[in-house]
Structure formats: C-alpha cells, structure tokens
Design a protein around this ligand. Structure first.
Ligand SMILES: Nc1ncnc2c1ncn2[C@@H]1O[C@H](COP(=O)(O)OP(=O)(O)OP(=O)(O)O)[C@@H](O)[C@H]1O
Ligand SMILES: [Mg+2]
Length: 237
C-alpha cells in the first residue's frame, strides 16, 4: 500500500480542479454567446433607443466580452495544451492585463503607476500564461488595497546581475503577517471570503514551468511587493 505524498495529493486536487474548470467553462460559453448575440441585436436598434439605454447596452456588451475573454483563457489554461512558448514583450502583456482590470481598478479608486523599461529584452514565455500570472498578481494587489491606494508596476533589468529581467507589482495595502507569509503559496490558502486560494499557486506553477521565479516582500500594514524574475533568456535571444 502506498501513501501519497502531500505534494501528490495536491497535484491530484489541481488536476481535478482543472477538469471541473474545463466543464464549467464549457457550460458557461453557450449562454454567454447567446447574451452577446442579443446585445449585438439591440445595438442595431440604437436609433430607436434612448442614449441611456444605449449606454447600458454598450456597458453590458463590454462586460460580456471581458467574461468571454477570461473564460477562453481559462479554457486554454485548463486544457493543459502544450505551452506556446515564444518571445514575449512583458510590457505589452502588462498593458493587456491592466486593460482587462481597468474597470475594477477605477471602481475601487486605485491609482496605477508604471515604471516600465522599454529597453528590456523579450522573455521566453507562453503569452497567455504570463497574462494569467500578471492578472493574478495585480488582482491580489488590488484586493489588498484601500480606496485611493496606489499600485506600482515596474519592469527592468536586475542591476546586480545585469541580465535578468524582472517585473514587480507593489501595493500599499494590508501587507502580510509573518505567520501568513509561510502560507500564501499553499494551494487553497486564502484570507478572503470569496477567494479560492489558488491564484498564487497557479502563478508559482506557471512561472516555474518557464524557469522563472516568484518572490515577495511584505510589511504588515504597509504593503506588499511581488517580484517575477525571468531567467537566462537573454543568451537564448
Ligand atoms: N498583494 C497582497 N497583499 C496582501 N496579501 C496578499 C497579497 N497577495 C496575496 N496575499 C495573501 O495570499 C493569499 C493567497 O493568495 P491567492 O492569490 O493564492 O488566493 P486568493 O487571492 O485568496 O484567492 P484567488 O486568487 O483564488 O481568488 C491571499 O488570500 C492573501 O491573504
Ligand atoms: Mg488571488
């Protein structure tokens, strides 16, 4: 009789979760397309409708498009298809991530500041997976922020080593206690009512899949910084 290692149990859980996600996503797709089609139909009637109604239709349509995008992303993620690793511009992916989260950031009255270095080389990564990592990390930063909080996103080359590209997201939100620092990368660990506790586990998995690493610095009550370091890509470029 074999006893499964903790790691193995967690892997199985993740696999199962992947399957559940895939079937859920599949079920969400069709009704979502139906909503989109109906909204598109309403858009064609715009001349007969008031400005207010047209605005609602457009807002709804944009929201549906965002859900569609997220759902497609989840689907390609849970399919576990072969990675499509190419040279990606991390600044570009940052902008994609931010445009997806823009509405939510505005709603929460959070200010974004960028310090993106345009001279950094591309990195080898699956673009969708990197987007997923950035979305998770920026979302966490957002969820820990107070209204009027500030989130800074920085990209650059590690000054100490001169070759490694790094990407950081820093918030001035709640911070993480010493005790919780040990737990945050554990699957299903969450301090949020609606959290699944999988965001960081997924980030870590995706980043390590690409020979990159993820670290963080946090002071309780002051804020948190997550750093993704991309490895040995420059010589391959
Ligand atoms: N920027 C941050 N500031 C403060 N705490 C954080 C930050 N990022 C992560 N954490 C802590 O780490 C926990 C785990 O994060 P993770 O992204 O894995 O899950 P979650 O955000 O709780 O849920 P999910 O991402 O699945 O919606 C969070 O619940 C929170 O306690
Ligand atoms: Mg999260």
């Amino acid at each position: 009789m074999h006893f499964m290692a903790d790691d193995q149990i967690q892997d199985n859980k993740l696999q199962l979760l992947g399957k559940l996600t895939a079937s859920l996503v599949h079920e969400i797709r069709n009704p979502l397309s139906a909503i989109k089609l109906n909204l598109d139909y309403l858009k064609m009637l715009d001349e007969e409708l008031s400005d207010e109604v047209n605005e609602s239709i457009n807002d709804s349509s944009e929201a549906v498009e965002r859900i569609q995008f997220l759902v497609e992303n989840l689907l390609s993620f849970s399919r576990k298809k072969n990675s499509d690793v190419v040279m990606v511009d991390i600044n570009e992916i940052t902008k994609n991530a931010v445009s997806i989260l823009k509405g939510e950031l505005q709603k929460r009255n959070i200010e974004l500041r960028f310090n993106l270095n345009n001279l950094i080389p591309s990195v080898f990564f699956d673009a969708n997976k990197l987007l997923q990592v950035f979305l998770n990390l920026i979302t966490n930063a957002m969820e820990s922020s107070n209204p009027k909080g500030i989130i800074k996103i920085t990209s650059g080359i590690n000054p100490e080593d001169g070759t490694k590209v790094f990407w950081e997201v820093e918030d001035n939100g709640t911070g993480i206690s010493e005790e919780n620092k040990k737990k945050i990368f554990q699957e299903f660990y969450t301090s949020k009512n609606m959290g699944t506790g999988l965001g960081l586990s997924v980030c870590k998995m995706l980043v390590e899949e690409h020979n990159a690493s993820i670290t963080f610095d946090s002071i309780l009550g002051k804020g948190t910084k997550f750093i993704v370091s991309f490895n040995s890509n420059i010589s391959r470029g």
